[in-house]
Design a protein around this ligand. Structure first.
Ligand SMILES: Cc1cc2nc3c(=O)[nH]c(=O)nc-3n(C[C@H](O)[C@H](O)[C@H](O)COP(=O)(O)OP(=O)(O)OC[C@H]3O[C@@H](n4cnc5c(N)ncnc54)[C@H](O)[C@@H]3O)c2cc1C
Length: 368
């Protein structure tokens, strides 16, 4: 049994936990990250669309709106500095008919309210110049949306953490926690740690971890998103990011096309709430179910143009009947030794560096 005392233990080695650990270490804290899997970033952090969101959609003043804009700028700069594959490729949000043009006006208003004033309405000629194979009568063009290679982002965050002397311990699930006067004792199957502060960045398991830490009770709802891909011979038919209008219910951004940094084109993600937090594969949607949503963006698509893609599971703080829940990033009211960084669904990849800064700010007292 080894024994380590740290200022801060971060539970979860996804982008939220790693970015938080990095920001904490940069402020002089001694930090360890506990990650249950054998590698960092195996959950949502590498099972996503890889889109750097501009900050268009979220309710004005929400953490999602603010941290997306701040995180986007931080992420572009971080990718430049550390040579992480990325592109500020821009994105189209398209309207197929006159009714949808009204919705585009509204969405542009929301984007501008969030400070994303580079979003403009464009006509069919502009759309054709960007995406000759897409069918639309008008669109919003967001030049500050982009893509990033999530695997490289995770690796770089982990490397930066290690350079800052953060102990990143993989294969080490938190299995028990005991509150002692001045700190929390944490147990994994292999180690015991003591920490003055614990950051809960456990993604899908943040509700279980919060309970273990004697902190607030909340529920994480696992919500699977599945992808198809364009067959390799069809990839050149899409140049960047093409989205429909978001679901009116607030359920998500809609099944969209995303050209990855390595040239494949994904179509998805779908939305399906499920019980299990670790089930990526059972009852996958048949490929046929992707044809109709694909044809709304690319009318020429047939089943033969598609192949199966991956899937990811969102850690949502709301069930299927509610439209929106914000990120939960705060000092816990029940156990103030815990800082929650939970409910980090989309745009959590984009926002990770801003989330990390916020967590570190709470720790150092700046934003408590
Ligand atoms: C389908 C899909 C598409 C998405 N697309 C985008 C996008 O295009 N752009 C965008 O900005 N965002 C996107 N997101 C959201 C983004 O991926 C997440 O917000 C982000 O990855 C969350 O990171 P995280 O570190 O909080 O969670 P995770 O990556 O899930 O990390 C949590 C970590 O905690 C570990 N853990 C859990 N329990 C324990 C324990 N007891 N002990 C130790 N470790 C534990 C897990 O193993 C895991 O590694 C998407 C998400 C999904 C699912």
């Amino acid at each position: 049994m080894s024994m380590l005392h740290v200022d801060v233990a971060v539970i979860g080695g996804g982008v939220t936990g790693l970015a938080s650990a990095m920001a904490l270490a940069e402020r002089g804290a001694s930090v360890c990250v506990l990650e249950r899997e054998g590698k960092t970033g195996r959950a949502a952090s590498t099972h996503n669309s890889g889109v750097i969101h501009a900050g268009i959609y979220y309710p004005q003043g929400s953490l999602k709106a603010r941290l997306c804009v701040e995180g986007r700028d931080r992420l572009y700069a971080f990718c430049e500095r550390h040579h992480i594959p990325h592109a500020r490729c821009g994105k189209l949000i398209i309207a197929g008919d006159d009714h949808e043009i009204e919705e585009l006006h509204k969405l542009r208003g929301i984007a501008h309210g969030n400070g994303v004033t580079t979003v403009v309405e464009v006509d069919a000629a502009f759309i054709k110049s960007k995406e000759p194979n897409v069918r639309a009568i008008a669109a919003l063009w967001s030049p500050d949306t982009g893509i990033v290679e999530a695997e490289e982002l995770v690796k770089t965050l982990e490397r930066r953490c290690r350079e800052l002397d953060v102990a990143v311990v993989v294969g080490s699930p938190l299995i028990d926690a005991v509150l002692v006067a001045e700190h929390i004792e944490l147990a994994t199957p292999h180690e015991r740690f003591t920490a003055a502060t614990v950051v809960n960045a456990a993604g899908l398991y943040a509700d279980d971890v919060s309970r273990m830490l004697g902190a607030s009770i909340f529920q994480i709802y696992p919500c699977r998103g599945e992808y198809a891909e364009l067959a390799p011979g069809r990839r050149s038919m899409v140049n960047g990011l093409v989205y429909p209008l978001p679901h009116a219910s607030g359920a998500g951004l809609g099944v969209h096309l995303a050209k990855t940094t390595w040239g494949s084109v994904t179509l998805g993600p779908t939305i399906h709430y499920q019980e299990r937090k670790d089930d990526y594969e059972s009852d996958r949607l048949p490929l046929e179910d992707f044809v109709e949503p694909a044809q709304r963006l690319l009318p020429w698509v047939t089943l033969a143009d598609l192949q199966p893609g991956g899937s990811g599971i969102r850690a949502k703080l709301h069930g299927p009947d509610q439209g929106f829940a914000d990120f939960l990033i705060e000092r816990d009211a029940k156990n103030p030794r815990v800082i929650q960084a939970a409910g980090i669904d989309s745009p959590g990849l984009t926002s990770c560096l801003a989330v990390g800064e916020r967590v570190a700010g709470i720790w150092s007292g700046g934003r408590a």
